[in-house]
Write a protein of this length. Structure first.
Length: 324
């Protein structure tokens, strides 16, 4: 009998790609999400999908949702630095304070495994390839509270695994166009111009299809390989200018690149050899594939008003709904 998986934030960017894959494998999936971006699973008619409109700050409701659950994948958070900084108190309440509710839900329901989505930004500014053993020196509150949640896990008796993903790219049903590859691609498609902000800054990237495959691999791995372990998740490290040049090449269009200075000093590259070695995981999908997937979605009419629609931009949506 297939396991029951609870995914907090399961209607978000990564969740919208992960949930259908798990359903196709026969898992029962419980999505626990605020659904700020609407229903992304409306075309799925599967009795193994349970959707709960809930806030992880609602401890009682979250614990109830965890009944009968085998594994919990914790994706829910105020994602990335700009969204967090829009309302730091809100960000802390969801990304850190509510994490204790996640722990309580696991303990009260005897959930066997937690997979926690941390962030590569927790490393701060580093030179060279950054392995999982590198010190975490967060320079933003978003990254800081990811680190604090990891500390909570290390001091617990839970069976957990931490993933530190690079910046995700590529098309998904709950699309984000506020992430670097997706941003540059959408501007190239719509404006025929890319503003390359901080072109020399290095960014690690992972295609959303590989991100989904990593969660699948961690769900199915034996405890002795992953319990208490931390895994980086990144395929290609590139300077932002290189990404812009890749977008221009893949789209093969008359696209202008304009370099713009920035105060952003975040620059790092991830080493993901550990997950390759421990789980025999091989990355399959590159940045080029992500760019093509965004273009295909534009061409198919799946993306409406890509630069301004709050459905694709976390900060725009948070401002519109005035999330508290």
């Amino acid at each position: 009998m297939k396991k029951t998986i609870l995914i907090t934030g399961g209607a978000g960017y990564v969740g919208s790609a992960l949930v259908p894959k798990l359903l196709n494998k026969g898992y029962k999936v419980i999505v626990y999400d605020l659904y700020l971006y609407g229903s992304v699973f409306g075309d799925i008619n599967n009795p193994n999908l349970v959707e709960i409109n809930g806030d992880i700050r609602d401890k009682k409701k979250l614990i109830k949702a965890g009944e009968g659950v085998d594994q919990l994948i914790h994706l829910a958070c105020i994602s990335n630095d700009p969204s967090f900084e829009l309302n730091p108190a809100l960000g802390k309440s969801i990304n850190y304070d509510a994490f204790f509710n996640i722990v309580d839900a696991i303990k009260k329901n005897n959930i066997k495994r937690l997979i926690f989505a941390s962030s590569a930004s927790s490393y701060g500014i580093k030179d060279g390839d950054v392995t999982e053993e590198a010190p975490q020196t967060p320079i933003t509150d978003y990254a800081l509270y990811k680190v604090e949640c990891e500390k909570i896990l290390r001091n617990s008796d839970l069976n957990y695994t931490v993933v530190r993903p690079a910046t995700v790219c590529g098309y998904a049903a709950r699309l984000r166009l506020d992430l670097v590859v997706n941003i540059l691609t959408s501007h190239a498609l719509i404006n025929k111009k890319i503003k390359v902000i901080g072109g020399s800054l290095l960014r690690p990237n992972i295609n959303i299809k590989d991100m989904v495959r990593i969660y699948e691999a961690l769900m199915e791995a034996p405890d002795n390989l992953i319990s208490g372990e931390v895994f980086n998740a990144s395929y290609q490290n590139m300077a932002i200018k290189e990404i812009a040049q890749r977008v221009k090449k893949v789209l093969d269009g008359d696209i202008v690149l304009e370099e713009v200075p920035t105060d952003d000093i975040r620059s790092y590259q991830l080493n993901s050899e550990k997950i390759k070695k421990v789980l025999n995981f091989e990355f399959k999908y590159d940045i080029d594939e992500a760019i093509k997937s965004i273009k295909n979605a534009f061409d198919s009419g799946l993306i409406i008003n890509g630069l301004d629609n709050p459905l694709y931009h976390n900060i725009k949506m948070m401002r519109m709904v005035n999330l508290q």
